[in-house]
Design a protein around this ligand. Structure first.
Ligand SMILES: Nc1nc2c(ncn2[C@@H]2O[C@H](COP(=O)(O)OP(=O)(O)OP(=O)(O)O)[C@@H](O)[C@H]2O)c(=O)[nH]1
Length: 368
């Protein structure tokens, strides 16, 4: 199926003294579901690509087509209003005005809308098209080109463990996303350790525990404890055991809650103390249904923490899928000059509803 992750061969890491006091082995062997229960559909099996020597395994076209269908369904509300712009017979100012309104309604934002319109006019002129339906095809190309820099695989295995810190506002889909990623990794035979760094909300730990249980991975958790301490313990345990990936689930928070943002910065610093260079990934999970607010979240979390990637969830049923164009345009002007990858997008709560992001597929689904 897809190159869900990219894996680099790891440098051997010296084992550090384990601190397993808070390591809660959720999944004792006898409590676990029968192995068959965690055997994933075939489409999951090529989830990890070993780089650089091994190239991506071919993905089944049938499986990908099924995903594209779900993506199109999810973005139908965004796409249908844009698609109606191209049902006329003439390419004129009215068409471009309608398109401008439709892109703004889809939450592409003023900057990305302007950018796309100018790019589209240039393409129309160059291609000398006269049919509005052909303009739609050119718009899909313009959107795909704008989104292309965001299409990058998540690399794991450069370090052991690869430490992934997951952040976002309340209810964005962090824990669900972690559960899905963990499952993909575990099914691919990769060791994962979860750090339940939302020590405040008992339900959050339980929710993560359920995913840990399902995927037969261990979880470090400590009710009422310090999130940074939980993360420290998890990384040390991961190092001692040679576990490939440690994923830290943090509590949801608004970027305006400055003391909570300070807490995240502390988690980040502590991870670096536990393992210099960690976290190797700081992922922001964003609810795509929040439209332009999603862009504001990306900017605020990036400013505070320096993000390395995004996961855009809840694109099912949204009329605001255009926000990814706004994120892509902003990403071009990022202070470190690097595009912020969108590693995955989600169109539902089920396991198969999270997939790697593909700029072309997304552009086509967006336009209905
Ligand atoms: N429709 C839809 N629902 C989703 C998607 N991803 C997650 N959800 C749902 O969103 C809700 C919140 O998800 P969580 O994973 O608990 O979110 P969270 O960010 O960990 O929440 P906090 O820990 O409270 O900050 C759950 O009901 C999920 O099932 C998605 O892509 N589409």
């Amino acid at each position: 199926m897809f190159s869900f992750f990219k894996k680099k061969v790891a440098e051997p890491a010296p084992p550090a003294a384990p601190d397993l006091r808070s390591l809660v082995p959720i999944a004792a062997a006898e409590d676990l579901p029968a192995p068959a229960a965690v055997v994933a559909p075939a489409r999951i099996e090529a989830a990890v690509v070993v780089a650089p020597e091994i190239v991506a395994e071919a993905e089944s076209p049938v499986e990908r087509a099924s995903w594209v269908h779900r993506l199109r369904q999810g973005l139908r509300r965004t796409g249908s209003s844009i698609a109606t712009v191209f049902t006329g017979t003439r390419i004129d100012d009215a068409l471009y005005e309608d398109l401008e309104a439709a892109l703004l309604m889809a939450d592409a934002g003023v900057g990305a809308t302007r950018f796309l319109l100018e790019d589209l006019k240039r393409r129309v002129k160059e291609a000398r098209v006269t049919d509005p339906a052909a303009v739609k095809g050119l718009l899909a190309e313009a959107v795909a080109e704008l989104l292309q820099p965001l299409q990058q695989p998540l690399v794991i295995g450069r370090q052991t463990p690869t430490v992934v810190m997951v952040v976002g506002v309340n209810g964005a889909g962090k824990t669900t996303t972690i559960g899905k990623l963990t499952r993909h990794l575990a099914v691919g035979g990769h060791g994962v350790l979860l750090a339940a760094a939302d020590t405040f909300r008992a339900a959050a730990r339980e929710q993560l525990g359920v995913w840990a249980d399902r995927t037969q991975v261990e979880i470090v958790s400590q009710q009422g404890g310090d999130p940074a301490a939980v993360c420290f313990d998890a990384v040390k345990a991961g190092q001692a055991r040679g576990i490939e990936v440690v994923i830290a689930d943090t509590a949801g928070r608004l970027p305006t809650q400055l003391h909570l943002m300070e807490e995240l910065k502390k988690v980040r610093r502590t991870l670096d103390k536990a393992m210099p260079g960690a976290p190797h990934e700081v992922l922001l999970v964003v609810d795509g249904n929040t439209g332009q607010n999603a862009l504001a979240q990306v900017q605020a979390f990036d400013g505070a923490l320096g993000l390395s990637g995004l996961v855009l969830t809840k694109l099912d049923g949204t009329a605001k899928g255009g926000v990814l164009a706004a994120i892509a345009l902003w990403s071009r002007q990022r202070s470190d000059g690097r595009a912020l990858p969108v590693y995955f997008i989600g169109v539902g709560e089920k396991l198969e509803d999270l997939e790697r992001f593909d700029a072309r597929e997304f552009a086509q689904a967006l336009l209905g």
